[in-house]
Write a protein that binds this ligand. Structure first.
Ligand code: DQA
Length: 147
């Protein structure tokens, strides 16, 4: 089973960006962590973009190929209806899309308390650092017979 792990804007700066919030590990470390710990039979494709259009294109491709998605929409979480509509195409097609946040946005600024993605996501994991992505993968492996 292929899984897309999609990361939104500024997550390419992991490691140096607000390490007190996001930790000291960079995106390559996340990629390695997920590739080396991928559940049996899972092929994990970790991507990052600052470009809303590119992210939406990846979601369209996920719909067409019925590829489960783990999505950290980063700041797009809080305002991008375009991304929400694209993410809704995935879940409405019956393909899981798990929203992941490294930090716990609810413990931060008020503007981070709103997610326009959560209402159409299959589920949400927040506040567990990089472990959140692994928890999401773990869930997908548990439901792998339905994927
Ligand atoms: C984030 C939380 C968002 O509020 C923020 O804009 C990010 C990262 C997280 O992973 O904790 O860029 O999605």
């Amino acid at each position: 089973t292929r899984v897309l792990v999609l990361n939104g804007p500024n997550l390419g700066r992991l490691g140096s960006r607000e390490p007190d919030v996001y930790g000291h590990q960079d995106l390559d470390a996340l990629r390695q962590l997920l590739e080396t710990n991928a559940p049996d039979g899972f092929d994990v494709d970790v991507r990052q973009t600052d470009d809303e259009s590119e992210l939406i294109g990846w979601l369209h491709a996920a719909v067409d190929a019925r590829t489960p998605v783990i999505l950290n929409p980063a700041a797009f979480t809080h305002y991008s209806y375009g991304l929400r509509d694209a993410a809704a195409l995935v879940t409405k097609a019956g393909v899981p899309l798990i929203e992941v946040h490294i930090s716990n946005p609810h413990a931060r600024e008020t503007f981070r308390h709103t997610s326009v993605i959560s209402g159409i996501a299959t589920g949400v994991i927040a506040g567990f650092g990089f472990d959140g992505y692994r928890l999401a993968l773990d869930h997908l492996s548990r439901i792998s017979t339905t994927l």
